[in-house]
Structures are given as C-alpha cells and as structure tokens.
Design a protein around this ligand. Structure first.
Ligand SMILES: Cc1cc2nc3c(=O)[nH]c(=O)nc-3n(C[C@H](O)[C@H](O)[C@H](O)COP(=O)(O)OP(=O)(O)OC[C@H]3O[C@@H](n4cnc5c(N)ncnc54)[C@H](O)[C@@H]3O)c2cc1C
Length: 384
C-alpha cells in the first residue's frame, strides 16, 4: 500500500506564491497594524486579487476550484506572517462566503458569494450571543415575520463577530429564533436600519482583525433574506463550523511553524557564555519538541482536509486537528518567547505578537473543551 504524505507540486508552487505575498506585503506591516489596531483594507483587497477568498469555490462563481488542502495551505502561509490577516481570510471564506455557497439560492450566490469570492466585500457569521456561546442553541435573538410587509423583524444581539464592521463588510448572516424550537439563518445587509455595529472590541491579540458586538433593534429585512431552509439554521452552522475548524487548525499550524523557525534562527544566532544558546539542551530540546508538535499538527490538519476532499465524515478529524493545533500553537508561542528571552517580551518582536495572538485559537470556533466533548461523544462516552 502506498501512503502519500506530500502535497502535490501544484500545491507546493501555490504555497511559494502565498509565502512570497505574505513575506512581501504582510510581514513588513504586521507589527504596525498590531500596534495601531488597524484593519488593513488594502492588504485584504490584495489577498482578494491573489484569489485567496475564492480558493475552495467553483470557477463558475469566480472561485479557484482548488481542493481544501490548498485553501488550508494559503491560511497556514498567511498565518506565518500575521494571524490577524489569516483570520480575516478564514472568517471571510469559511464563515462569510461558505454559508452562501452551501445554502444560498442562485440569486443570493450572484449577489453575495460572487463579490465575496473576488475579495471585494466581506461577509460575517453571527452565531455567538452574550448568553449563548458554546451553548449556541440557546440563541435568544428573535426574528418575527411581519406578514403585512413580508419582512423579518429582528431583535437581539450578537457578540464577538469577526469581519462584521469593516468598510467592505457587505452583510452578516445571523442565527435567529423564528419559532420557539426553530433556528434560521437570516442575512442582514450592512447599513440596514435597526442594525447597529458597536465600536470594535479592544482585544488581547488579533489587533488587526475586526470584531464587534452587533445589536438588532426592530431591524427589518425582506422575507427572502432567509439563507437556506427556514428552521435549518442549526444544521447549517454545525456544517460550517466543522469545515471552519480545519481552517482554524491550519492557522494555528502556520503560527506554530513560524515560531519554530524563529526559535531555531534565534537559538543559532544569540550568543551567551561564549557561544550560541542553541548549544544548551534546554533550548535545543524546546525546539526539538516544537518540531514534533508542528509535524503532528500538520499531519492532523492535512489529513482532515484530505478526508473532507474525499467527502468522508470530518467531525472528529476536524475537532482533533483544531484541538491539537491550537493547543500546540499556544505552547509554541510561549516557548518561543522564552527562547527569545527579554526580546521576546518586547511588543515589536514577532513571537511576542504571536504569543498574544495564539490564545484565542483555544476559544474561537469552539473552545478546546467543546472539541474534547465532540471527541468524547464520538468515542461513545455519555459525557454531558
Ligand atoms: C476574537 C473573537 C472572534 C470571534 N469571532 C466570532 C464570529 O465571527 N462569529 C461568532 O459567532 N462567534 C465568534 N466568536 C465567539 C467564540 O466562538 C466564542 O467566544 C466561543 O465559542 C466560546 O463561547 P463563550 O465566549 O460564550 O464562552 P462560554 O461558552 O461561556 O464558555 C466559557 C468556558 O466554559 C467552558 N464550557 C462551556 N460549555 C461547556 C461544556 N458543555 N463542557 C465543558 N466546558 C464548557 C468553555 O469551554 C469555556 O472554557 C469570537 C470570539 C472572539 C474572542
């Protein structure tokens, strides 16, 4: 039996193109964007021009028609330079565009998906609420159909929504309760009366990523702004999250591999007590452990992407990849800071920014505890 672990030559060529772009257009600016909490709209448009927002979508909508691993490689490479830009891409594709691809009518695809794929506009996905995060089924936001005007009237609130308030955000797809036991996805266009985007959060990391609380106060949207089948909002977002977790895991992998490279370079270059610090086992072995973790994460992420490409079930594989890659990314950033000593604690140092940027990976798109819950249930355990 032949087991193939190498990405194809085309995937490797594509990786080189994205790495060049990330090193040339993103890496030199990332520290300043982080310091100034800037959402770099021109760089996002440049990712669009490179075709990154359309990678996993068919060519008939302007997409790249690429396999899922190619999309993951793009996120991995962008994340090696800047996690904020990588999450802008991941959320734009997996949370913004994918719901339209899976569930949109042809008209919705033309209106929303096509410009999202071109990277001209962004979409966001609003699931989390103040009282409904991991327990997303506890959604309180309500949408009531006003039959006299054929409009949904939306009241409620969403917390921590990525890409929801940028100057190129076209819409937010929200989950809303349309009957006591019914959750539906509804598209709310930016600028709709009664839809208020609160000022951006001040966050520990991901300073160049756009995150807002959203308030819906008697917000009216046309009846045909339902995305997919009424009442199937829960099913849709579970599918979206499964896919998204592979992509988030790729983001974590990129961060960890960048920390490994930065740590090895620094351990070879930094002199102490008459030689490079890499000659001390305590430093060298941290790098060795990091290399094992990065390799394991890459195998989990690429395998999950491959399973998805085969049309095989991915829930557990995605949860494993997300859980493992995000936890080793947090570990890798912590060890990388340690290897860099005091310089690792200074804001402009790459590993310092990565240390702050990594923590959210254990929280967003399902916490580590929720991934363990999925895996334990998959093992047949009666865990709550
Ligand atoms: C920067 C950022 C960007 C985000 N972007 C988006 C976005 O674009 N769209 C969106 O909808 N959401 C987004 N989120 C929200 C994110 O997905 C949630 O924060 C996350 O799912 C956790 O929900 P919570 O914050 O309510 O925590 P809670 O669910 O309240 O969890 C608190 C703690 O309890 C634990 N816990 C909860 N339930 C269980 C359980 N059953 N078993 C064991 N432990 C449990 C959790 O693991 C966690 O440790 C974003 C969050 C951040 C910070």
């Amino acid at each position: 039996m032949i087991v193939e672990f190498d990405p194809t030559p085309e995937q490797e060529q594509f990786r080189a193109v994205v790495r060049d772009f990330a090193e040339g257009e993103i890496a030199p600016n990332a520290a300043a964007w982080d310091r100034d909490h800037v959402f770099p709209v021109d760089a996002v448009r440049a990712m669009g021009k490179l075709g990154l927002f359309g990678l996993p979508f068919p060519e008939e909508y302007g997409g790249g028609g690429a396999d899922y691993l190619t999309y993951c490689i793009a996120i991995e490479e962008i994340a090696r330079a800047d996690a904020s830009m990588a999450i802008t891409l991941e959320a734009g594709v997996s949370l913004g565009a994918a719901p339209f691809f899976y569930s949109g009518t042809e008209e919705q695809k033309q209106e929303y998906l096509v410009p999202m794929i071109a990277g001209e506009v962004l979409g966001a996905f609003g699931l989390t609420e103040a009282e409904a995060g991991s327990d997303a089924g506890a959604t309180r936001t309500r949408a009531t159909l006003d039959e006299s005007t054929s409009e949904w009237v939306i009241d409620g609130q969403k917390t921590f929504i990525t890409n929801s308030g940028t100057e190129i955000t076209k819409c937010v797809t929200i989950t809303a309760r349309t009957a006591p036991n019914e959750i539906t996805n509804i598209v709310v266009d930016s600028g709709t009366t009664g839809f208020v985007v609160q000022p951006p959060y001040r966050k520990m990391g991901w300073h160049a990523s756009d995150t807002h609380e959203l308030v819906f106060d008697g917000c009216r949207v046309p009846e045909d702004h339902v995305l997919g089948v009424r009442g199937e909002g829960f099913k849709t977002f579970l599918r979206i999250l499964d896919d998204g977790r592979i992509a988030i895991a790729a983001l974590a992998l990129g961060m960890a591999s960048a920390c490994l490279d930065a740590s090895v370079a620094y351990a070879n270059q930094r002199q102490a007590f008459g030689g490079p610090i890499g000659r001390y086992q305590s430093i060298a072995f941290k790098c060795a452990d990091m290399a094992v973790a990065v390799e394991n994460a890459r195998n989990l992420v690429y395998k999950a992407a491959w399973l998805r490409e085969q049309g095989r079930p991915i829930r557990e594989a995605a949860a494993m990849a997300k859980l493992y890659a995000s936890e080793i990314a947090v570990d890798a950033t912590r060890e990388a800071v340690q290897i860099h000593g005091g310089y690792g604690y200074i804001d402009e140092t790459l590993v310092s920014r990565f240390y702050r940027d990594a923590k959210i990976l254990e929280i967003g798109e399902g916490t580590s505890e929720i991934q363990r819950l999925i895996l334990a249930r998959g093992l047949g355990l009666p865990v709550e």
